[in-house]
Design a protein around this ligand. Structure first.
Ligand SMILES: [Zn+2]
Ligand SMILES: [Zn+2]
Length: 225
């Protein structure tokens, strides 16, 4: 599971330890000579690259170690005095929101995020509020893999989420989730069945309570006319 260090990447590092070893005439992101048109970075683009680099680092992303290191070494540069360039494609794949989202999800499943440093991303710290361990059954929170299933249909996801609204524990546990497929929700079949059964008998009790004004009881209470 540990993906923090990728030795191949470390060995391939083409830069010396000299942190200024960045060629500003080349694409900042790939540092490669190519015929592809280089776009001059806008200040907005640079801010975006900076914040993405920080977030990728925080999420232990291993895809761009050199880029992140380079950006680190120049993060305080005077933007107005330096002209940064990059390929449009390099910029878009580095900053692609869907890839970041995948990293965030991965982080969420591998360890509860404890990152609260420099208020970087609201979303990152918001997900850490939930202590749900997504490798466990969402109902019993055990890691027993026997009979463990992954939520794989939107219908099931919706059903669980809508039932969960009426169950305090489940409501808290699933509070910031609106798609259990995306969240990689896992469950034991027997836990699901139990959850649904409790849910529907609670519904029945509530209906009975509302109707008769009696407190809930599973015994047969004869009605006296
Ligand atoms: Zn490039
Ligand atoms: Zn379970």
């Amino acid at each position: 599971m540990a993906s923090s260090i990728n030795p191949a990447v470390v060995l391939k590092r083409k830069h010396s330890d000299d942190d200024d070893d960045i060629d500003y005439e080349l694409c900042l992101i790939c540092q490669r000579k190519s015929q592809e048109h280089l776009k001059v970075a806008s200040e907005h683009g640079w801010q975006r690259v900076l914040s993405v680099a920080q977030e990728r680092e925080q999420l232990n992303d291993t895809a761009y170690p050199i880029v992140i290191k380079n950006i680190h070494s120049i993060e305080h540069l005077d933007f107005s005095n330096t002209s940064l360039k990059w390929h449009k494609n390099c910029y878009s794949s580095f900053t692609a929101e869907n890839k970041l989202q995948r990293l965030r999800n991965k982080q969420k499943t591998s360890e509860p995020s404890t990152s609260d440093s420099d208020g970087l991303s609201h979303r990152v710290s918001r997900t850490s509020v939930s202590a749900t361990d997504w490798k466990r059954c969402i109902f019993c929170q055990s890691t027993d893999v026997d009979n463990m299933h992954r939520v794989s249909t939107m219908g099931l996801s919706d059903k669980i989420l809508s039932h969960a609204k009426y169950d305090l524990t489940m409501r808290v546990r699933l509070a910031d989730v609106n798609d259990l497929i995306a969240a990689d929700g896992m469950y034991h079949l027997q836990c699901l069945v139990l959850f649904e059964r409790t849910r529907s008998s609670a519904d029945a009790d509530n209906r009975l309570d509302a109707f008769s004004g009696q407190s809930r009881s599973t015994n047969m209470v004869p009605f006296h006319m």
